[in-house]
Ligand binder design. Structure first.
Ligand SMILES: Cc1cc2nc3c(=O)[nH]c(=O)nc-3n(C[C@H](O)[C@H](O)[C@H](O)COP(=O)(O)OP(=O)(O)OC[C@H]3O[C@@H](n4cnc5c(N)ncnc54)[C@H](O)[C@@H]3O)c2cc1C
Length: 501
């Protein structure tokens, strides 16, 4: 006799959406989370009078009131959309390449093209042609979702470009490396440079942000996580915090339940794991139950980057130190492969960093007269894991100082206005997120590990995955993945009922 129909392990974006979608359908669901708050990456923490956003910089897919996007529809179905206040960003980003370029692009196709053409007049025609391709490709890609048998005759642009790399297309259209860097600067949101990132990923990222505008949430991503949890509880779902799962039980290739870190056995025929596939197959399930092909698949995947992150509260409004945009990329060198190689170094003088100032789009992001800033410098965990423990703190603060000096050179007075600061290394992200290597997007986002090719369903009957490790990282993909896992379980329930008739 089972205690629950489904147990969901982990209350990150994927786990919360899966649990809420199932509870809404009347499925008896238990959500188990190791941490004491919901959200995983999608959370916040307090220092002094600031509540710092951990992860969300630019939400994709939400859209605007007159043009709602797929994420809006998903959250609407979950019943949380009206409980949250949304913030729309009018600009995509400002890119600062010291001594070379300072450009701000609006989240609007015509305006972004015009600004790029003004700054790079020699490539005017190519800029227009490139964005025409991005749009044509994206429309075809979206149409394939509604087509049971998409063919190259019907979707020639999609089939021609989908698996080419972003770099191939940038090289086909442009000559100026600075222009390529400007157009592809969002590659950091996927963690792979254009030479390794599919054009499909980059095209959709540009298309979605240009068409639906980047967004944010009043109260940050914690407000979203809390809203989904509240809705889940309202639908009759059960949750336990401070309750890690240490074992997933399997008998004859069927899920039978879990064992918690408190040694309690809870029975259920279905488990959705928001914990990584790596932890599930190498730690949570006894080796004799792990299908050989899953281990082979894992062997072909590599753990993605984490981040060196600074969370900063300024005692002044952003304008006092010259910050005028929410999203600022600071890029030293245009060679994006070289930049990617620096992800494996502890630090580098010209690191490519993202500086977000939430108050520009949402004045309530911190107390009146202050600013909330996050600086993200993508890094793999390895160099930090290799660092002798007695050097950890010195190195962490040395790198933080170096980054602050860089920011100071672009925004004079910044350092003098710091009221609160917290520094997180990949090891900090490992500790709080419990992801392998502190990875923030799951595995390196190669096409083979994306939602295009990865199923949320395991060969072990009753086991499903949701979240960054079961496809793509980032907010929109992980929230969608939870809903997808829930849909598959509901389909399975229906099939079982039909067989039972
Ligand atoms: C600094 C930073 C910046 C980012 N910037 C952006 C951005 O601008 N835009 C964007 O879209 N994305 C961004 N991301 C990435 C995005 O936040 C993540 O990809 C996404 O939130 C991951 O969601 P998830 O569903 O995979 O779950 P996770 O957030 O990984 O949560 C998984 C949960 O499972 C729990 N868990 C794990 N194992 C167990 C166990 N055995 N038992 C019980 N519980 C367990 C964990 O405690 C955790 O709460 C950023 C992330 C970080 C950290």
């Amino acid at each position: 006799m089972s205690d629950y129909d489904v147990i969901v392990i982990g209350a990150g974006n994927g786990g919360l959406t899966a649990a809420c979608s199932l509870a809404q359908k009347g499925v008896k669901t238990l959500l188990l989370e190791r941490h004491n708050v919901p959200g995983g990456c999608a959370t916040s923490f307090r220092r002094g009078r600031f509540e710092f956003e951990v992860a969300l910089h630019q939400l994709s897919g939400l859209g605007t009131t007159d043009k709602p996007g797929p994420l809006y529809h998903l959250l609407s179905k979950l019943g949380v959309v009206d409980n949250l206040e949304w913030v729309t960003m009018e600009n995509l980003y400002r890119l600062l390449v010291p001594g070379k370029l300072d450009i701000t692009l609006r989240a609007d196709r015509e305006s972004a093209i015009a600004t790029l053409q003004e700054n790079f007049p020699a490539e005017k025609e190519n800029i227009q042609a490139f964005f025409d391709l991005v749009y044509k490709f994206s429309f075809e890609l979206l149409s394939t979702y509604r087509d049971a048998e998409p063919t190259p005759d019907n979707y020639p642009t999609y089939f021609k470009y989908a698996l080419q790399t972003t770099q191939q297309i940038l090289d086909e259209y442009f000559t100026d490396p600075l222009l390529k860097q400007t157009i592809a600067v969002y590659w950091g949101y996927m963690g792979l440079p254009p030479s390794r990132l599919t054009f499909a990923d980059m095209a959709m990222l540009l298309f979605v942000y240009l068409e639906l505008k980047p967004g944010h949430i009043k109260g940050g991503s914690q407000a979203l996580s809390t809203a989904i949890l509240d809705r889940y509880l309202e639908c009759g779902g059960h949750v336990r915090f401070n309750c890690g799962v240490k074992k997933i039980l399997v008998e004859d290739n069927n899920i039978t339940g879990v064992v918690t870190e408190g040694e309690e056995t809870i029975k259920a025929p279905y488990v959705v794991s928001n914990a990584s596939t790596l932890s599930v197959y190498t730690e949570l399930i006894d080796p004799e139950h792990v299908p050989e092909e899953q281990l082979k698949m894992l062997g072909g995947s590599t753990i993605g980057p984490s981040s060196f992150t600074l969370f900063i509260g300024l005692d002044c409004e952003p304008g006092v130190v010259g910050i005028t945009e929410t999203t600022n990329f600071i890029g030293g060198i245009p060679d994006m492969d070289k930049v990617f190689a620096t992800f494996r170094q502890l630090d580098y003088d010209d690191d490519y960093v993202l500086l977000s100032c939430y108050n520009i789009s949402d004045p309530d992001a911190s107390p009146p007269g202050t600013s909330q800033i996050a600086i993200v410098d993508l890094k793999y965990a390895e160099p930090w894991l290799e660092l002798p423990p007695d050097q950890y703190y010195d190195k962490k603060y040395e790198i933080a100082d170096k980054l602050l000096d860089r920011v100071e050179s672009l925004f004079p007075g910044f350092k003098d206005h710091i009221e609160e600061i917290e520094v997180a290394t990949p090891l900090t992200h490992m500790r709080y997120l419990h992801t392998p290597g502190g990875a923030i997007y799951g595995f390196d986002q190669f096409a083979k590990d994306s939602n295009l090719f990865v199923s949320p369903r395991s060969p072990i009957k009753g086991l499903y995955f949701a979240g960054a490790w079961a496809g793509s990282g980032g907010f929109q993909p992980t929230l969608s993945s939870g809903a997808a896992a829930a849909r598959q379980i509901m389909k399975n329930f229906r099939e079982q009922t039909e067989v039972g008739r």
